[in-house]
Design a protein around this ligand. Structure first.
Ligand code: TMP
Length: 207
């Protein structure tokens, strides 16, 4: 695939404000004359959104970590097929609220499935495609979970322990530090306007 658009991903733990800032980034890119598709994971296409409903649902029998991982990657494959790859090929920028780094952080590290497992599924699902830029909204899990609860749309993950969220955060930061050219870490505990200004600065400097 000759990729012409850019894939820009927002990542972070619960309550980091990704959705709000995704809208701001889209508006900024449009001001630069770009055509932009804003989307999210798990989900982003009709089939992938249906899988999202399954994976975030509360099942009496529970969902084991492997089922969760495979559902998330099934949703990702559908999303890439239906939305992300076509948009990039048409030269559009794609702004995605979470992507494969979330699988490294949540399933690989916090659920303990390991990064080799995620890397294998990443190769299968993404091929050579990688985000052009990952904006990591970093926040202390305690503060993040408080914000997520205030927002009032708790899902299965937001009910997880602080220890779980600590592992998510540590893995995000580890991946960002390992590849600083492709990742920007932004302190998301500060007021929204300051976070938005930092994001804009990163976009101006890196894209
Ligand atoms: P959201 O809170 O950003 O809407 O995402 C829903 C949940 O899905 C979030 O709590 C984290 C989880 N998730 C994973 O565990 N692995 C993934 O690869 C993705 C994309 C999301």
């Amino acid at each position: 695939m000759i990729k012409r658009g850019r894939l820009i991903v927002l990542e972070g733990g619960e309550g980091a404000g990704k959705s709000t800032h995704a809208r701001g980034i889209r508006a900024w890119l449009e001001q630069q004359g770009r055509e932009v598709v804003q989307t999210r994971e798990p989900g982003g296409s009709p089939l992938a959104e249906a899988i999202r409903g399954v994976v975030l649902g509360d099942w009496l029998e529970g969902i084991d970590a492997t089922t969760e991982l495979l559902l998330i990657f099934a949703a990702r494959a559908a999303h890439l097929h239906a939305l992300i790859r076509p948009a990039l090929e048409q030269g559009k920028d794609v702004v995605c609220d979470r992507f494969v780094d979330a699988s490294y952080a949540y399933q690989g590290a916090a659920r303990g499935l390991g990064s080799d497992t995620i890397a294998a599924l990443e190769r299968l699902t993404l091929g050579e495609l990688r985000p052009d830029l990952v904006l990591l909204l970093d926040i202390d899990p305690q503060e993040g979970l408080k914000r997520a609860k205030r927002r009032g749309d708790e899902n299965r993950f937001e009910a997880e322990t602080l220890e779980f969220m600590g592992k998510v955060r540590a893995e995000y930061l580890r991946r960002a530090r390992a590849e600083p050219a492709r990742y920007a870490v932004i302190d998301a505990a500060r007021p929204q306007a300051q976070v938005a200004a930092d994001l804009r600065r990163e976009l101006e400097a890196r894209l």
